[in-house]
Design a protein. Structure first.
Length: 261
């Protein structure tokens, strides 16, 4: 078991692949843990060093008391890279993980040499929307809102035909309330428009064509903000790495080839 000790929490991490391989760091979405990358990672080229982590209150990581700030979540990712002694990483962030990636690339250009933003934006939703969700989760937990969230995460064919769908629902609804609302608060307070506009590293932006959480037009606008190519992934909702791992892995592989040292 690998972990990172932060002042107020132990974070579960996974660091796999050759030590001298190109480093790729993954950051998961709200309500998912590092297993969200399992199928995708199996399809990536061999020889990469693949680093993943569970955000606070997600997966096996400790849930420090909410609320969290985006600065804190970016510091967690920064501490992870510093702890493992990696620089020049390619950072792949899904949804809130993409916000973390944008924040880290702006704060520590020495750490991040290339960025893939998946189903994310420089600003996601409004503070009012997130505060409503925080209140609902504090009141009733995650179980009641599971079905509505799943409709945004996955397309109807995936929800209706794939036996594994129930397990992804479990992943969401078993997320700790503290970790979930803590991350909602971080999203509510994050507007990275200006710092993302100023990014100069290679960026590519991907989005499921049926993403109901960060719809394609929102994600496309963030790609335009940082002059990055935007690619739609067909037949996918908010979590293309689960729903379309082959297509997503191909796009990532192409990006890695284009940005090889
Ligand atoms: O819960 C959702 O609707 C999806 C989501 C928004 C931000 C994130 O990380 O996931």
């Amino acid at each position: 078991m690998q972990f990172l000790t932060r002042p107020d929490a132990q974070l579960h991490i996974r660091d796999e692949g050759p030590r001298d391989g190109r480093v790729v760091v993954f950051a998961n979405s709200l309500g998912t843990d590092l297993r969200v990358w399992d199928q995708l990672i199996a399809l990536l080229p061999k020889g990469l060093r693949l680093i993943r982590f569970d955000k606070r209150g997600h997966g096996l990581s400790d849930a420090s008391p909410a609320p969290y700030s985006m600065d804190l979540l970016v510091e967690d990712a920064e501490a992870l890279c510093d702890h493992l002694g990696v620089k020049d990483v390619t950072f792949i962030g899904l949804s809130i993980g993409g916000l973390i990636g944008q924040g880290l690339a702006a704060k520590r250009p020495d750490l991040v040499k290339a960025l893939i933003l998946m189903d994310t934006a420089a600003k996601i939703g409004t503070a009012e929307m997130w505060n409503t969700r925080i209140a609902a989760v504090r009141e009733g937990g995650l179980l009641p809102m599971g079905p509505a969230i799943m409709e945004r995460w996955f397309t109807a064919p995936f929800r209706e035909t794939r036996a594994e769908f129930a397990l992804w629902t479990n992943m969401l609804t078993r997320t700790t309330v503290e970790g979930y609302v803590g991350c909602c608060a971080a999203i509510a307070g994050a507007d990275l428009t200006e710092s993302t506009r100023a990014l100069t590293l290679p960026v590519e932006v991907l989005c499921g064509d049926q993403d109901g959480s960060t719809p394609p037009d929102l994600v496309r606008a963030t790609a335009a903000l940082c002059n990055a190519p935007f690619r739609l992934i067909p037949d996918a909702g908010h979590i293309p790495c689960v729903e379309q791992p082959e297509a997503t892995a191909q796009l990532i592989t192409d990006f890695l080839e284009r940005t090889a040292a």
